[in-house]
Design a protein around this ligand. Sequence first.
Ligand code: RRO
Length: 307
Amino acid sequence: MTSLRRSPSARAGSPLISDLNLLGLSEPVINASGTFDAIAARRAFGNALLERFPFAAYVTKTVTIAPRQGNPPPRLYELPAGLMNSIGLPNKGLEGFLAEDLPKLAELPVPLIVNVMGNTHDDVSRLVESVGERDEVSALELNVSCPNVKTGLTFGADPREVAGLLDAVRARTGKPLIVKLTPNCASPADVAAAAEQHGADAVSLINTLRGMALHRGEPWLGGGTGGVSGPAVRAIALAQVAEVSARVNLPVIGMGGVQCGRHADDLLRAGADLVAVGTESFRDPLAGERVREELRALRPGRFFVPG
Ligand code: RRO
């Protein structure tokens, strides 16, 4: 099993160089799930995408057991400093993902992290087992934090729910399990601690913050409410990443409103080991590459020290 565990010296080490080599990556910038469609990008840019892939690892959009159409439109609402989405997990379902998407994603020149979500422990167990047994997959991200589905367990807000989920699924794969945390709860750090105690290999945060927009007194989004992302959430992400990193001894993937190298650097200084670019990729598809280059300029030398 690939080890994602933080070495004991990591927290005490230089704040400028992480000694954690998550998934063997040489760079710390990846994408946030659902914000960069690598299959569409390959159609648009052809092999140029492979030669100039903007991220050090690729995280898929969430996969569920059954295919889903997603929420009714409108699905997006632009905010003064961000974006609100109510996408509602449209996807081909597990079988469709394995048959149609995985072979294409396996051609990407970086490790593949598959984000999965289920309504029951059995669903998540099946997803973890079926996806985890594929050689093309380096790690799984458990989405316990989507703000846009009204059915299903609210796994992510309650430490006991996350503990129970991990107890049910941990043994189903030897691959690293990353738990994607919600900011919409009393204490993300308590949830992260439960994830750590019950076998998670890493945590990622933040998912979007639940919000609402009205148009002539009625909810604008088809799903009623949505998830807020972008610059508006950056300060919240920074505070939660700092709190979670101080609490757990697991690798932390930080995200929320990263638009440039300085923002990525801030999250790393707050305690993240990797940084994900999300909403900014909708504005600039090469944002990941730009953030990586800006971060390199801020942190000359190798990012990861070989362990
Ligand atoms: O698809 C979505 O509506 C969605 C998901 Br799965 C998620 O995890 N976070 C988000 O803001 N939107």
